[in-house]
Design a protein around this ligand. Structure first.
Ligand SMILES: Nc1ncnc2c1ncn2[C@@H]1O[C@H](COP(=O)(O)OP(=O)(O)OP(=O)(O)O)[C@@H](O)[C@H]1O
Length: 317
């Protein structure tokens, strides 16, 4: 990952939710950095804390400890200027659109709110950027008159209207038809190039993370366990959980048959975050678990291919 200052970063962030009767330990000391013109994928099973991390990055709620930094400066609260830089794209495009108003109204409102020119030309240009053409025709439609993929494109156009530096995509294709998922991923890849956006792509599908991203972060039960350049992480996973994710993924390119998980490569149940396993939270499911895995979270080990892991198997001598 580059030396430059990240556009947006979570530095050593912990998030505990107090529900009144119990504490949910959703994230522990997690670091993730987003750079201009790069796509980082955040992968992990349901409940691993991906959405929580995205919401912290977007300042939806405060961190328990640690810091969110925008261009190196700690942010403690979201204001209009922050949302002028950081935009979220949700799984369900309806979540960010006013379904009673036409596409053009939805896009224009975002332009206006952030003080940008908001004429038909600007609206149509944005729709063109997300391949909704003829733009004038799409502009006059209501969200429910569009397909899921077209709706997600409108949500992306709306986010772009703000001219953000960062786009946080929380499972942006998982509700879409399989046949059009690739189109939306390709659109995100193009926006990274053309707009120099820093992009976070959240997914439980490691194959799509490989397809789209420059960097991959792997999270398990609220702990970041591995990260690095996408090809290093996929070709040579260092953490047993990453290996499990890869083995469980229906990726036709992958040659199977090599790991300790192959016979029973299935994901199983993630642990409770109210009373999580001590040490490395993956240890109850890890075929290589040692005594110290049950008591201490491992330090970070870095590799020459640019990747790193927190795993006692790789503890530096
Ligand atoms: N507001 C909240 N109050 C209490 N617990 C919460 C809250 N938000 C999230 N959690 C808990 O934090 C944990 C992580 O949830 P999160 O939604 O971040 O996971 P995820 O990896 O995004 O999963 P999914 O893929 O299912 O969205 C879960 O155990 C969840 O129940």
């Amino acid at each position: 990952m580059p030396e430059e200052t990240p556009v947006l970063a979570a530095e050593n962030v912990t998030k505990h939710f107090d529900t009144g009767t119990q504490t949910v330990r959703a994230l522990e000391n997690v670091t993730l950095r987003l750079y201009r013109g790069r796509i980082a994928a955040l992968v992990g099973e349901s409940g691993s804390g991906k959405t929580t991390l995205a919401r912290l990055l977007a300042q939806f709620y405060p961190v328990t400890s640690g810091e969110i930094k925008l261009r190196g400066q700690t942010v403690s609260r979201a204001d209009k200027a922050f949302y002028g830089e950081v935009q979220l794209v949700f799984q369900d495009p309806f979540a960010s659109l006013n379904s009673l108003r036409k596409v053009e109204h939805n896009v224009r409102r975002a332009l206006k709110l952030h003080g940008h020119e908001s004429g038909d030309d600007q609206v149509h240009e944005l729709l063109g950027k997300v391949n909704l053409t003829p733009a004038a025709e799409f502009a006059r439609k209501l969200p429910h008159e569009l397909s899921g993929g077209q709706r997600q494109r409108v949500a992306i156009a709306r986010a772009l209207a703000v001219r953000p530096a960062v786009l946080l995509g929380d499972e942006p294709i998982s509700m879409l038809d399989v046949s059009i998922r690739l189109d939306v991923l390709n659109l995100l890849a193009r926006l990274r190039e053309e707009e120099g956006l820093a992009l976070l792509y959240i997914t439980h599908d490691i194959a799509s993370a490989r397809y789209l991203s420059d960097d991959i972060y792997v999270m398990y039960a609220g702990q970041m366990v591995e990260g690095g350049p996408a090809e290093s992480v996929i070709q040579e996973p260092k953490h047993p959980y990453t290996r499990l994710l890869i083995d469980s993924s229906p990726d036709p390119e992958r040659a199977g048959g090599s790991s300790a998980f192959t016979a029973t490569a299935k994901l199983g149940e993630p642990p409770s975050l109210v009373d999580p396993p001590p040490g490395c939270r993956f240890h109850p499911r890890c075929p290589f678990a040692m005594d110290k895995c049950k008591t201490d979270f491992p330090p970070r080990t870095e590799f020459s291919d640019g990747s790193w892991t927190n795993c006692w198997l790789h503890e530096e001598a």
